[in-house]
Design a protein around this ligand. Structure first.
Ligand SMILES: Nc1ncnc2c1ncn2[C@@H]1O[C@H](COP(=O)(O)OP(=O)(O)OP(=O)(O)O)[C@@H](O)[C@H]1O
Ligand SMILES: [Cu+]
Length: 834
């Protein structure tokens, strides 16, 4: 492909056209309208209960109370709409990510933009692995072929040629490169006309989501049963069926686990944002919960562990070696000129590959005034590298009029094959190559051949008469942070497996400097000769795979999965897609990655950096731990509500809670409190314990019991405070207010307690997050308002308590939680000594 581009549209023209003709998108706007959202809200049980309670108040002639409850209906509406919008936005962002990106030429400069910003007449560069963003005609093509099966059902790649070739939106470039001019976008493309959409992101079900749904359903069932029982009991004990119904509804509102699904979505959506701050994009929300379970992390060497910045450091010709560091500033000895000459001839004219860039740069520096550079030769034929033969050749036409020059470079074994080296020469060469590889260098062999211009070009590289020229060693240094991150993985019980196409010796040397144990190593050839069973057996002790083809990554993933591992795997090319899809977490490289790889992956790295993956795993563990705490907390704060609905009934006391109190707690206080956990930084021990087993539930019996125990303790202390107040002759309205103060204070303090499970109690008050401080301040002021301002207090059937009583109730709420913590510490101490 020539490197002169048409200059394309200007930025102004493109944005004008984008405004006039719309974005390159398929399908209709799926945003829900207000009536549909209202319809959804109307089906919320909380809404129905509030309406029911309001109707009963109306029937009892209390229009005031009914109106206030109506106010809460508005609150639910608002919260639901906000929530919808937020989820919608998160999904939209995901959709943007999965939509193809396009390399467009604007003002003569190639530029990556989102596929939806492509306009008619844009000039696009197509590369292997791209998903074509719009319909268009092919302007230039170099071995270009597309998979059009999504349009035609035909899975054979269709070759594309300039001028008469057409390419279609949604199809995949499986080979070669090319230039296209866009002729149709959005719904006017072939894909649009058959009404298909590529980017259907559905919230898949996941173990975590299923568990939360189950928990919600169980609690709902228990709730309904309890409410019916309570209503019946009330009717028997006190009579008055309207009051009985109201008591039942109050309890139902209190038990209703409506927060759980909300907490779940909020944690995952905010979690995705936190992970994005580490420059890792989440394409599937489920990946967030799987991250914390990861037991094996399979990574590419080049670019992920290393910097993907190659430098020529070592040359070898005829048994002589040269370290480039030794000659800096001097001339390159004549012996090595030909090696460098052919390395450049075997590279692209305008290279992107870091190795070829290194050769070009080195040649510019040392061959500038020699006869070894040939800008006037023309490239007549290219032979691509393949996984069968790790070498690539260029056939050059020069002005001799007799012979074309062929240059090749590739893996030393491949070059030895091409040169038909005799056994002893082959041994010598591999010894030389290994001495470079042992230093972590990537070693390339270089060879040359001549080919008469009167003969036809052979189809395969083997038919040339190659002559060996020499070896070049290129250094690609490890990223400086990698060995620290690998060590962190090991502390966290995560195995790091390196997979590379490179030479085993190079692989082992790089593995060693990264801190990966490469003492047992498998090569692609060995892999190919193993059956699945044998591989599954071996794989638990092998951390380095070398000379592996991308296709073999799939076998590695499958073997790890067969061993019960939870596998995260990185990849970037078209051939990596099956492995990325098969892994529990497929991780695509945002910079080098192809559209195909990104579509198959659940995470996309914006910086192709290993440490970002480790940071994401740390966040995954933290999100799960925080989610667990939030759910335990929510369970715990439901208990006092249930208790306070039932206890007064049994003891013949005035009721404490009415629907309005529950609405206040369930709609404002508790949800706000549970969000506090999202911002928890997570304890340092998170990455010092093995991954959570795949089978571990979010809420197991100990968590359930722990939460219930906390709730029961709080209930007891509130009930006792309430009864003592009444006994002391405080009027029912003030006693109710006091009980409510104890309840809310205890709930708020419980946040500090739950989040301190792994710390000691002094730390309970240290370093709460900003969110926590805001929520605590908000809760306190809300509480002060409804118990202190007479007009508001009246709506809650409160009489403002005296300051002394207020403070006593407040202290009692905090004291309860302190007692709980003391109990917890005591239990732990007992456990340790016993
Ligand atoms: N442009 C090239 N010219 C000649 N040989 C090449 C070229 N690219 C790769 N090779 C040969 O193919 C081998 C495998 O390369 P490949 O690109 O598969 O490795 P990689 O997948 O980039 O490495 P990693 O797996 O570490 O990311 C290299 O070690 C080298 O010998
Ligand atoms: Cu020379």
């Amino acid at each position: 492909m020539t490197t002169t581009f048409p200059s394309g549209l200007s930025h102004e023209a493109a944005s004008a056209r984008l405004a006039a003709e719309g974005a390159n998108e398929l399908g209709t706007d799926q945003r829900r309208t207000l009536p549909t959202i209202a319809g959804e809200v109307a089906r919320e049980p909380m809404f129905l209960l509030l309406l029911g309670a309001g109707a009963i108040y109306l029937a009892m002639g209390d229009a005031h109370e009914a109106l206030i409850l109506l106010g809460f209906v508005v609150i639910i509406m608002a919260v639901t709409i906000l929530q919808e919008r937020r989820t919608e936005k998160a999904l939209e962002a995901l959709r943007d990510l999965s939509s193809p990106r396009a390399l467009v030429i604007r003002d003569g400069v190639p530029k990556r933009i989102a596929g939806c910003e492509v306009v008619r007449d844009d000039i696009l560069i197509l590369v292997e692995g791209d998903r074509v963003p719009a319909d268009g005609i092919v302007l230039q093509a170099h071995e270009l072929a597309a998979d059009e099966s999504m349009l035609t059902g035909e899975s054979v790649a269709v070759e594309k040629f300039p001028e008469r070739g057409e390419v279609f939106a949604g199809t995949l470039i499986v080979r070669g490169q090319g230039l296209m001019r866009v002729t149709a976008i959005g719904s006017r493309t072939e894909l649009g006309s058959i009404g298909k959409s590529l980017q259907d992101i559905v919230a898949e079900s996941s173990p975590l989501r299923d568990e939360i749904a189950l928990l919600t359903r169980h609690l709902a069932l228990i709730g309904i049963g309890l409410c019916l029982a309570l209503a019946a009991l009330f009717w028997i004990l006190r009579g008055g069926w309207l009051d009985a119904l109201l008591a039942g509804i109050t309890l139902a509102m209190g038990i209703l686990p409506q927060e759980f699904p909300v907490i779940m979505i909020v944690f995952l959506a905010l979690g995705a944002r936190r992970i994005a701050n580490q420059r890792v994009l989440t394409r599937r929300l489920n990946a967030i919960e799987t991250l914390g379970e990861t037991t094996v992390l399979c990574v590419d060497k080049t670019g992920t562990l290393t910097q993907n910045r190659m430098a020529v450091t070592s040359l070898s010709v005829g048994g002589q070696f040269l370290e480039t560091a030794d000659i800096s500033g001097c001339e390159l000895p004549e012996t090595y000129h030909e090696l460098l000459e052919y390395a450049v001839l075997a590279s692209e004219i305008d290279p992107h590959d870091p190795m070829e860039l290194a050769f070009h740069g080195f040649a510019r520096e040392y061959l500038a005034n020699t006869e070894h550079l040939h800008p006037d030769w023309s490239l007549a034929r290219e032979y691509e590298i393949s996984s069968e033969l790790l070498a690539m050749s260029h056939l050059w036409r020069n002005d001799s009029g007799k012979q074309d020059i062929v240059a090749t470079k590739g893996a030393p074994e491949a070059i030895a094959d091409l040169c038909h080296l005799p056994e002893d020469a082959r041994l010598r060469m591999s010894r030389d190559a290994e001495s470079m590889a042992d230093r972590g260098l990537r070693v390339l062999g270089v060879a040359k051949a001549k080919h008469s211009i009167h003969e036809t070009w052979p189809d395969i590289q083997h038919e040339f008469e190659f002559e060996f020229v020499g070896l070049a060693g290129l250094a690609d240094p490890l990223r400086p942070e990698v060995s620290g991150a690998v060590a962190e993985c090991h502390r966290a019980g995560i195995r790091v497996v390196m997979i590379t196409g490179d030479h085993p010796r190079t692989a082992r040397a790089i593995a060693a400097s990264a801190g990966i144990d490469g003492s047992t190593l498998l090569t692609g050839d060995e892999l190919a000769n193993m059956d699945a069973g044998a591989l599954a057996q071996r794989i638990s002790s092998v951390n380095v795979f070398a000379r592996v083809t991308p296709q073999q990554k799939l076998a590695i993933v499958e073997a790890l999965k067969a061993n019960g591992d939870i596998v995260a795997m990185t990849g970037d090319g078209v051939n990596d897609a099956p492995a990325l899809k098969a892994a529990h977490i497929g991780i695509a490289m945002g910079k080098r990655g192809t559209d195909v790889a990104r579509e198959a992956a659940s995470l996309v790295l914006l910086e192709d950096d290993f440490t970002a993956i480790v940071a994401a795993i740390r966040l995954g563990r933290r999100i799960f731990a925080n989610l667990r705490q939030a759910v335990v907390y929510t369970l715990a704060v439901h208990v006092p509500i249930i208790g306070l609905s039932i206890i007064p009934l049994f003891f013949g006391l005035p009721l404490v809670l009415a629907p309005i109190h529950i609405a206040f707690l369930e709609l404002i206080i508790d949800p706000a409190c549970s969000i506090v956990f999202e911002a928890e930084a997570g304890s340092r021990s998170l990455m010092q314990q093995p991954p959570r087993p795949h089978t571990e539930h979010l809420i197991a019996t100990p968590h359930l019991l722990g939460g219930l125990a906390q709730g029961v303790m709080a209930t007891l202390s509130i009930a006792i405070f309430y009864m003592l107040s009444l006994r002391a002759g405080i009027v029912a309205e003030e006693a109710r207010a006091l009980a409510f103060i104890v309840l809310v204070t205890a709930n708020a303090a419980l946040i500090l307690s739950v989040r301190s499970t792994h710390r000691n109690w002094q730390q309970m008050f240290t370093a709460p997050s900003t969110v926590a401080l805001w929520v605590l301040a908000g809760t306190l002021s809300g509480l002060a308002l409804i118990t202190g301002v007479p007009s508001i207090a009246q709506a809650f059937a409160f009489q403002p308590p005296t300051l002394q009583h207020w403070l006593a109730a407040f202290a009692s709420g905090i004291g309860t939680v302190l007692l709980l913590d003391a109990g917890k510490i005591g239990l732990r101490a007992l456990g340790r000594s016993g």
